[in-house]
Design a binder for this molecule. Structure first.
Ligand SMILES: Cc1cc2nc3c(=O)[nH]c(=O)nc-3n(C[C@H](O)[C@H](O)[C@H](O)COP(=O)(O)OP(=O)(O)OC[C@H]3O[C@@H](n4cnc5c(N)ncnc54)[C@H](O)[C@@H]3O)c2cc1C
Length: 366
């Protein structure tokens, strides 16, 4: 009996669980290690914040998906890997043996000084949505007058515009801080700049935020910015336990994998989604690539367990980004090209709903 251990219920592992549920593999014992019983589909998270969806509409029940795949569900998180012993250590101190290991644990939103106490981080999603509920109520009571969002990528822009929509009618004001130009590298950056301007959002581009404190932000050059709340949505950061485990990593600490999604140092370890970087074909850390890697990862895990040759993941050079704007309106960005309209939002809504439906086994909100 071979042990396949899946760590993290990210976008790629959803496809793996579905594959093993559709067609079990004899002689393989499967387990899923996840701190949460739910996977959150990030594309719909801004829609939850804006009030277009209930939280149940963007989450997938991992316990049900694991049960269908014949996998044991282990409610804990990985704290380290011992590749020599082929064991994963969990946060609670358990040791889980594996023959083949697959990591899909995502990335974090960064941790600047003071942020844990005074800023709401956009990831992990479950904690973010709980924090948003509290922030929304505080803003409605008038306790929060100004909210600063740190992070000028698609996630920061979407979250800001979604919060603004969710708080329509309240007096809350917003400001966006970004170390780089907002949506640097996106064809849609001018459209988004115009939309932020139309909606009265001051953009502080080229400003490094050093820390979030009780009454605002500490900026480079000793300046302060007054805000009663800060939302941290900066780029993707790797968990430190990856590098500490001795796995080969890229310069930022993400698992270095080959095109077969195998660790460059231990071929029995696979990784996909944000936590992995395909050496020679790196792509931005986005859900689009995690989703695309899912079916390849599923087939390769089956193949390695059956002793067959593996296939390569060949990412497209660019991907379509659909950036929601709070109201049912969105901007599509593909390379240098961009489009916008209510129809873009409807397109995004139908793509997102279809994704979640594919993995939903029980009633909405299960
Ligand atoms: C607000 C927001 C909106 C976004 N919108 C989009 C979008 O529209 N399109 C897009 O392409 N990208 C979007 N992104 C980026 C997207 O969220 C990520 O790229 C994507 O979620 C990565 O998927 P993943 O499979 O790597 O991991 P995730 O989906 O992040 O899942 C990782 C899972 O692993 C679990 N986990 C974490 N640590 C451990 C551990 N130590 N042990 C076990 N389990 C663990 C977590 O609980 C989580 O369930 C958005 C991000 C944010 C923050």
């Amino acid at each position: 009996m071979k042990h396949l251990l899946l760590v993290g219920g990210g976008h790629s592992h959803l496809a793996v669980l579905k594959s093993f549920g559709d067609a079990p593999l004899e002689g393989v014992r499967l387990a899923l290690l996840s701190p949460s019983r739910h996977a959150f589909y990030s594309g719909m998270v801004p829609g939850v914040v804006a009030g277009h969806y209930g939280p149940g509409e963007c989450r997938i029940d991992l316990v049900a998906l694991a049960a269908r795949a014949g996998a044991r569900f282990l409610p804990d998180s990985a704290a380290g890997v011992d590749p020599a012993r082929r064991e994963v250590t969990t946060a609670r101190g358990e040791r889980l043996r594996y023959d083949v290991l697959s990591l899909d644990t995502g990335s974090s939103a960064g941790e600047p000084a003071g942020a844990a106490e005074h800023a709401l981080r956009a990831r992990p999603v479950e904690a973010f949505l709980a924090g948003w509920e509290r922030l929304r109520e505080a803003a409605r009571r008038g306790e929060v007058r100004r909210i600063a969002v740190i992070g000028g990528g698609a996630a920061g822009v979407e979250v800001l515009l979604a919060m603004q929509h969710g708080l329509a009618g309240s007096a809350a004001q917003f400001a966006l801080f970004s170390e780089l130009p907002v949506l640097a590298g996106h064809g849609a950056r001018r459209r988004i700049a115009r939309i932020l301007g139309e909606r009265g959002v001051p953009v502080h581009a080229g400003r490094k935020v050093l820390a979030a404190g009780e009454n605002g932000l500490e900026l480079g050059g000793g300046e302060r910015f007054e805000a009663q709340a800060a939302v941290w949505a900066t780029g993707a950061y790797a968990p430190t336990w990856i590098a500490q485990s001795g796995l080969a990593t890229d310069a930022r600490g993400f698992v270095a994998v080959s095109e077969t999604l195998q660790s460059r140092s231990f071929p029995e370890i696979f990784a996909a989604g944000d936590v992995a970087t395909v050496i020679g074909a790196p792509r931005p850390k986005s859900g689009v690539f995690a989703v695309r890697q899912g079916p390849v990862l599923a087939r390769n895990l089956r193949r390695v367990l059956a002793g067959e040759a593996l296939e390569r993941f060949r990412p497209p050079s660019r991907s379509l980004a659909l950036i929601s704007c709070g109201d049912p309106y969105a901007v599509a960005s593909w390379g240098r090209f961009s489009l916008e309209g209510a129809w873009v939002w409807r397109l995004k809504d139908s793509i997102d709903r279809r994704f979640v439906e594919r993995y939903r086994l029980g009633p909405a909100g299960a």
